[in-house]
Design a protein around this ligand. Sequence first.
Ligand SMILES: [Zn+2]
Ligand SMILES: [Zn+2]
Ligand SMILES: [Zn+2]
Ligand SMILES: [Zn+2]
Length: 190
Amino acid sequence: MQHVYSIFVYSSLFVYFLLYCSQAHVSSSSSDFLCPVCNKVFPLQRMLTRHLKCHSLVKRHPCRFCGKGFNDTFDLKRHMRTHTGIRPYRCELCEKAFTQRCSLESHLRKIHGVRQQYAYRQRRSKIFVCEDCGFTSGRPDEYFIHVREHHPGSPALRRYYRKHIPERMATAADQNIHPFILYQPASFFI
Ligand SMILES: [Zn+2]
Ligand SMILES: [Zn+2]
Ligand SMILES: [Zn+2]
Ligand SMILES: [Zn+2]
């Protein structure tokens, strides 16, 4: 347990170290953000920060279908859709559906000649996708109610609690979920 914890701390420090290296680089040259490990360039700091996690040694989020580990829940979701076949991004102009937003966007552009209305760096509206059945919603509360009612044992529920509901409120909000399930130690994922 102690050993696992040290790896986790080491790994987090390593990511901070990488972040430090990349910032040193940025100030000396352009406005782009360079990964000091693989030299990939990112237009935004948050994109680099997210990317740096992929060089971390500890994979915190395992795929429940094949056990492959990911550092980023975004990457995990994208990967899990190869197992589930869930395609939440539907083209409104034809019947096609896609696993990722960027695939839908390139489809719209190439097949229907639709131009994106928003600026490249602008954040787009988020959709919440149930990775168990493909249900989608633009509202986090609606998504939460869906998962709680249809998939009470889903790991997505625990992730949602950790992310959106403070500890005290979580137990009050849903007495059916045992605190142990909600707050497993990080080592559980390693
Ligand atoms: Zn890299
Ligand atoms: Zn998998
Ligand atoms: Zn289409
Ligand atoms: Zn569902």
